[in-house]
Every structure is written in C-alpha cells, then in structure tokens.
Design a protein around this ligand. Structure first.
Ligand code: NDP
Length: 395
C-alpha cells in the first residue's frame, strides 16, 4: 500500500498515472502535479472514466524547490515520480532530500543553457541520498530503463561474458503529421542534433551527427535505416556490465523527418541561444516547440509499432552467443488502453514498474542507482504483466 506523487502531466505523465491507477494494491493514493493543473484534471477525468478511481491533482512549478517541498509535505508520498523535463531533475532531487522522500525519473539531468546530458550531476547526490537513508532510481523509462534491465538480465541469466551491446530503437509508426516529435520536442531535438558518440575499448569515440548508419531488421517491422546517436544509458552500462568491449545506440528516422530537421537546423530555429526579437529575448527551440504538435496529442489516429531492443554478443559455456532482447508495442493499442501513443507508453509503463520496485521494497536501498544496479528478475516479470511483453531471439 503506498502513496505516489507524479510530477509532469505530459504524454508520459498520462501513461504513468493511468498505469499506477491500474494497480491499486501498490498505488493506494495517487497525486498528479504539473505547472498547468488543467492538464492534470483532464488526465484525472480519463482515469475516473477508465478505472473508476479518483486521483488528486495539484499545480506546482518544480523548478521552485520550496514549492515542491511544500507540496511533498502536504501530500506525504512514499515516492516522487518525476516525469517533467530533465531540467527539473536536480530541483526535484533537492526537494526530496529536504522533505525526506524517495525519488525516480526517466531522463538524466541536462542544463538548459547547454545541450549536454551526463549523469555526473545526479551521481554527485550519491552520498546525500545514502546519508539520508533515501533511494533515487535514475532512468526508469524504456531507453534508458528497460534497455538497462535487458542488459542486467543478460548478464545474470544468459551470458558468462558480455562483449558487445547495441541498443536499437525503431519507431515505425505513422502519426500523419509532416513533422512531429514523439516526446518533448525541445529535449528530442537537442538530443539528436548533438554529435554522435559510442564507447569502444575504454574510449569514447565522437562522430559527426547522424553520420553512421546501419540497416537493421527489426522484429515485426522489417529493415530500417538506423542512425548512431549518443544515449545516456551507455554512460552507466560501461561501468556496470563487466568485460564490455563496445556499446553503441541506434535510432531510426524517416527521410521526411530528416529533411525537416536539416532545414530547421539550417535556418537556425533549433538553436538554444536567445535571439533578440523586437526587444524580447526568444530561444528559437522554445519557440519551435510552441509551433509543433504536443506529443500527447499524437495518440489519436497513430498507427504502426515501435520495436526496441538490445543486441548482445558474448560468451556462454565457452561458446560465442548473440541474442536480441526486445519489445514490440502498437500505437493504436496504447491509445485504446490509456489514450497515449507508444513512445509515451513504453516510457510510462517502466516508470510505474520502477516505482513499484521501490514501493514494494524490492529495489529500495539508500543511494543513487541506475537501473542495471538492481536485480532484473522482478522487473522483467512485471513488464510481461503490465503491457510490455519481451522476447529473446537467438541471432
Ligand atoms: P511533455 O513535454 O509531453 O511533458 C512534460 C510535462 O512536464 C509537461 O506537461 C509540463 O508541464 C511539465 N513540466 C515542465 N516543466 C515543469 C515545471 N517546471 N514544473 C512542473 N511541471 C513541469 O514530455 P513527455 O511526457 O514526452 O516526456 C516526459 C519526460 O520523459 C521527459 O523528461 C523525457 O525526456 C522523458 N522521456 C524518457 C524516455 C525514456 O525512454 N527514458 C522516452 C521519452 C521521454 P505543463 O504542461 O503543465 O506546463
């Protein structure tokens, strides 16, 4: 029996709130808070309609630590589940420390004025959480999140040594817009316009953005061109998977998406430096976000599937072994269940399961932890039960 405070009423927040409401034996009390309380109220109404349950809602600016602390003290949750934006990670962690409550998120901290994501800022909270006897679980989405758990499961159950990991993320869905992003546009565009990076033989190797591709055959989707990007789970996995020699991350993009992105970059509208417009400083990418479809609004009419997994190569019983552990998720099915598209769904379900791991005590230990630092077995079991069944393909 527990009490959870969810922060952020976007595409992912909607899924997390719905999925928590489906598990009343763990999430007895649920509060959804965001800057815009009307978004929370709309989600609360849809939960009432689907499950008959009532959840509480609240307005909060999570950048404001005293406001967050006051809300936590009022709600008295066992856990704060952060699905606002990466910019809010540190203020929410500070508020959790001050109010004495556990913390979970799905994306690592990123400073607003520099498009750079690294765990160093959040790992620096290790001693503070440990000393306070509190737990912070980082990156409990799909990638990062489930992909880390797949690696931990492979290390525990399938391999004696793991040498190579390729994380492959395909969205083969069609939302019908000429250009839209599947999660927060600002965060998404900042991520993919950075230089690509991968890790091999102890070194990080940087490449020009979108300059390496691989035609991978995704289960239930087929062959899709995939582009090498840097992704945050690589940073923790190189530390936690023993014997690793190389890790890379790949994501698919359609030609239409890439053409739009190239044009937007060329005209400067993806920039993060403020531009003076008639005396008003305007950050181009924030203005662009206003113009683009809200990711949460894409769900209706979205067709097709996501196919995301981890290709792992190594040795078992003295013989070479290679497997692809993956999940396939259907956009329309997600919309039917919780009114969201599959990218929000594949993030929101693992966030709920991560919360369940902490609130039932399975993963609760003082300190700041990445997903693969916990026993993967109970998490893998829950994925099958709560909407993200996984499969293992021998390659
Ligand atoms: P959205 O933009 O749809 O939603 C973000 C929500 O956060 C908005 O509703 C917004 O509030 C709220 N918010 C922003 N700033 C504040 C603030 N200062 N205080 C309170 N609330 C705030 O994004 P998504 O739902 O698509 O993504 C949510 C998170 O999930 C992001 O961090 C994203 O990076 C992460 N993610 C992780 C993935 C993974 O696999 N690990 C995959 C996809 C996303 P409001 O609208 O009320 O103003």
């Amino acid at each position: 029996m527990g009490n959870v405070l969810i922060v952020g009423a976007g595409g992912v927040g909607r899924v997390v709130a719905h999925k928590c409401a489906q598990v009343p034996e763990v999430f007895e009390q649920i509060t959804l808070a965001s800057r815009t309380v009307s978004k929370c109220d709309e989600i609360a109404a849809s939960i009432k309609e689907k499950t008959g349950r009532t959840i509480d809602t609240a307005a909060v600016d999570a950048d404001n630590v005293p406001q967050m602390v006051a809300l936590i003290k009022k709600v008295k949750p066992d856990l704060v589940l952060n699905v606002a934006l990466p910019y809010q990670d540190l203020p929410i962690m500070d508020a959790c420390l001050e109010a004495g409550v556990d913390y979970l998120d799905t994306a690592n901290y990123e400073p607003k004025d520099e498009a750079k994501f690294e765990y160093k800022w959040q790992w620096a909270y290790q001693d503070k959480f440990k000393d306070a006897g509190l737990c912070a679980l980082l990156g409990s989405g799909f990638d990062p999140g489930v992909t880390n758990v797949f690696c931990a499961y492979a290390q525990k159950e399938l391999f004696d040594e793991i040498h190579y990991i390729d994380i492959l993320d395909c969205n083969a869905g069609d939302h019908g817009h000429p250009f839209a992003t599947n999660f927060n546009p600002e965060i998404n565009i900042r991520e993919i316009t950075q230089k690509g990076k991968y890790w091999e033989d102890g070194n990080w190797i940087e490449i020009e953005p979108m300059s390496q591709t691989w035609d991978f055959d995704y289960p239930e989707v087929g062959v899709r061109k995939s582009f090498l990007l840097y992704h945050e789970e690589e940073e923790s996995l190189v530390q936690n998977i023993k014997g690793l020699m190389r890790i890379r991350f790949w994501m698919t993009f359609g030609q239409e998406y890439l053409t739009h992105l190239r044009v937007m970059q060329n005209i400067g509208i993806t920039g993060i430096e403020p531009v003076d417009y008639n005396g008003t400083p305007v950050v181009p990418i924030e203005f662009l976000k206003r113009l683009l479809p809200d990711p949460a609004s894409l769900a209706k009419g979205y067709t097709g599937k996501t196919s995301i997994g981890t290709l792992i190569e190594g040795v078992k019983d003295g013989k070479p072994k290679k497997v692809f552990i993956y999940n396939v998720c259907d956009h329309a099915e997600c919309n039917k269940e919780v009114g969201a598209q599959a990218v929000s769904y594949t993030t929101g379900v693992p966030a709920m399961i991560g919360a369940m791991m902490l609130m039932t005590g399975k993963w609760k230990k003082p300190g700041v932890w990445n997903m693969e630092q916990n026993d993967p077995t109970p998490f893998m079991e829950k994925l099958n039960i709560h909407g993200l069944p996984w499969h293992i393909k021998e390659m």
